[in-house]
Design a protein. Structure first.
Ligand SMILES: [Ca+2]
Length: 220
């Protein structure tokens, strides 16, 4: 995804997200010809790959540019719980695997602490997980009550197969969460991605054998 600065942001998963000499579990920032921007946060620092913009990510699936601040927002899946939405700052460390709000699949908490100095907390988290997928800001005029809100897809809820949803999340000006609302839960499908179309409507990608692209329109 391209940011307002014209740079390409891309997410990676796997490997050691805390090891700055690898590209795994990171958000990378590149020029559009694949070279490294000179103003990347770790350029010239020994032991750090210069492509790294942020580190400590588990399984990032959504990236979006905030419509007013221009900051990059990211969402990622936790293990058994601990899905997150993060606001990225250059050079930030988002904690995985040292800090997590998720449990391991055997039941115990993944990490002993939910917060630690030096790691940036998520602005939204889910435990149990919704298996958060795509991320979008709604900026259109067709659905005026939703303008400025954050939307994410969910592939399931509470590790229960055969569930799924869209979530709408409202923030205040300080980017603190006010409310969240689950949508399309009765449908019980995996919601893979959500985007605003050029027509100001929302489009949802359904990831199932009978998959579809949904268009969300005003009721009247
Ligand atoms: Ca985190």
């Amino acid at each position: 995804m391209f940011g307002r600065d014209g740079k390409l942001y891309m997410s990676t998963a796997g490997g050691d997200a805390q090891d700055p000499s690898t590209l795994a579990g990171k958000i990378l920032r590149l020029n559009d010809d694949g070279t490294v921007p000179k103003d990347n946060p770790f350029v010239g620092r020994e032991g750090y790959r210069p492509e790294i913009y942020t580190l400590g990510h588990r399984s990032p699936l959504g990236l979006a540019v905030h419509p007013t601040t221009g900051q990059i927002w990211e969402c990622e899946d936790g293990p058994n719980g601990g899905d997150e939405v993060n606001i990225l700052v250059p050079g930030g460390n988002y904690g995985w695997p040292l800090v997590s709000l998720g449990r391991t699949y055997q039941g115990p908490w993944h990490s002993q602490k939910f917060q630690r100095d030096g790691f940036i907390d998520p602005v939204v988290y889910w435990t149990p997980a919704i298996a958060v997928s795509g991320l979008a800001f709604y900026t259109g005029d067709k659905l005026p009550k939703w303008k400025g809100d954050v939307f994410v897809g969910g592939l399931r809820y509470g590790e229960v197969i055969g569930t799924g949803q869209i979530q709408r999340i409202l923030f205040n000006e300080k980017m603190e969460e006010l409310r969240r609302e689950a949508l399309l839960t009765d449908w019980r499908h995996r919601m893979r991605d959500i985007r605003e179309g050029p027509d100001g409507l929302l489009y949802v990608l359904v990831d199932d054998d009978d998959g579809a692209v949904l268009r969300i329109e005003p009721a009247s």
